[in-house]
Design a binder for this molecule. Sequence first.
Ligand code: B12
Ligand code: SF4
Length: 556
Amino acid sequence: MEMELKPAEEIVGVDTRYLWTLPLPGAGSPAADAGVGSVWYFALPLTSAHRGGHSGGGALIPGVDGQERYRNEGTVYPHAGLVEMITYQRRCFPELAWRYVDMSHVPWAEVRAAIEADPPDVAAFSVYTSTALWAFIVAAEIKRVNPKAVVVFGNDHAGILHREVLTGMYGSRLVDFVSTGNNGPFTMMGLLYTLRGQLDLARVPSVAYRRGGQVVNQGAPTYPIDRRLLPDYRLIERELERHYDKAFEVWYAQHYTLKRMVTMPLDGGCTWGKRPGRRCKHCSIQGLTPKTTRVATAIPVLEDVVGGLGANVYAAGDSTLGFSREQWSGEIGFLDELAEACAASPVLRRHRFMLAYGLVFEFLQSAELCKDFIRTWNVGLEAFDPKLLKGDSKGINKGPDRVHEALELAQSLDYKLYISGIMGLPGTTLALLRSEVDNWLAMAETYRDSITTVSVAAPGVIPGSRMYWDSYRSHPGMRSAHGEIIPARRLTEQYIRENTEVELADVEAAIAEVGRGVIALGEERGHMKFGGYMLGGADEDEAAERRLLDDICNRI
Ligand code: B12
Ligand code: SF4
């Protein structure tokens, strides 16, 4: 698969031009470190949001008490992609020092001091659209202190925009390599072997870089996930204790018996993704081909995580609840096998430990099958009025009656619910906005004993989505905003203006009203939390972050 701006179908396969066998056969343990003495892996905070750097965090909403717990608690979930790479690094380079730094928890001053004291030789960043600014800031500081350091950007934002990053005002100076596929460990370990002089760069998959004034991209299909190691969270147990457990305590402790949650790439893609034109318009995930791990491999890892670390498991797939034999083409029996294996495991059969995504339709099909191991159903309801879903494949949620039926079923089978939605979809009027607010509040009130989170956001125009691609092609204004850092809030404002009868300000007022209601209801009973997408771009913090970046760059 090649990550590009134009939504594309993800290809799964093995391209034999590249190195996939890790550790590299015959590499042995080289005596010299060849300039690579330490590798740091960075997870980043949302732009301008030191508060609520967590999914569904966000700025404080005026006019309601009980938001103290939303302040600066950092994310609940360690970063799966980074722990996946660290797991491989321990296998391939057991002697090579590494650090895992999650800046939603570790403050900038502390990170800056650590870089000053002993900068890394290689820095790997997981870059989302909403965290790109911080990726550049930290990369700049590392290059300032250690100009020889090698900077690698990865994840969807960087991969989709690899050209923009490698040739951009900041990226051309700060970023050496960009990962362009869903092959993190192979890209990163390949690069480490290359930097140590043990592998030709041409054999590293899914990597883009500058050469002779050009951008070279060694695009590769996604290596099958049933042949990969799963992330080993024991490697960051100290960070779990120091940071993530506290965040979990604040947000979720009242809802769960296991008091942690870690993300596991057990499956990926969705059954809607085969043809990119059919995908939900706002979905920015490129890797959409349905794929699953091997259940026999996953079970011992899950036993360690649940039984050993005492953690819940966030299934990173986009459509996990869709993967039962009774649905779609009937080809994928992942959940059927998993249910059977969990029931047979002395550790797992005692817990409902998993959080899984699924459409309403998918939940209705698999709720009964999964009721002994899935604890939480994570559902994107998007909107209540079917008119708003037209032209966006989420219409497959099939309107309010099916939603109601699914929520009732969830409650009767004692599922927890993490519910998200979008306000300001094409066709929105002021009257519709009002009725959406009322519907969200009515739902929150009815199901508050099951709901952990209600998260409602404006339609973020982010690269990777069909919405972004359509706007990019049809709007000169959009093209001028396009680049290595995306002004997502400004683009969203424009998108709402052009496709609805309301303004972003109306949408944000409606979201705040839902927020106030949800928080107040949760305070009364149920402990629901509220969150919305922090688009950034609106406050002084972000302007200060931009100045910080320029200031560091001027000193390199
Ligand atoms: C789990 C998840 C979360 C979790 C946990 C994230 C975490 N800390 O790990 C939570 C709930 C916290 C979360 C939050 C948010 N998320 Co989220 N999340 C996901 C989800 C479902 C799975 C990600 C995952 O763990 N996959 C498994 C791991 C192993 O793979 P991966 O991360 O995809 O990375 C692969 C490659 O990209 C590559 N790679 C990744 N990083 C790097 C770095 C280097 C150096 C290299 C070489 C390679 C590499 O290697 C991996 C494969 O081997 C994805 C959707 C999806 N299925 O991809 C959305 C997704 C990543 N999230 C998204 C968004 C928007 C958010 C939020 C901004 C939501 C919000 N608040 O409004 C926040 C941001 C939080 C933050 N501070 O960064 C978007 C990102 C879009 C974009 N263009 O940036 C996605 C793609 C979903 C979408 N809307 O389309 N998210
Ligand atoms: S939003 Fe979900 S169902 Fe829609 S295309 Fe994306 S992953 Fe598939």
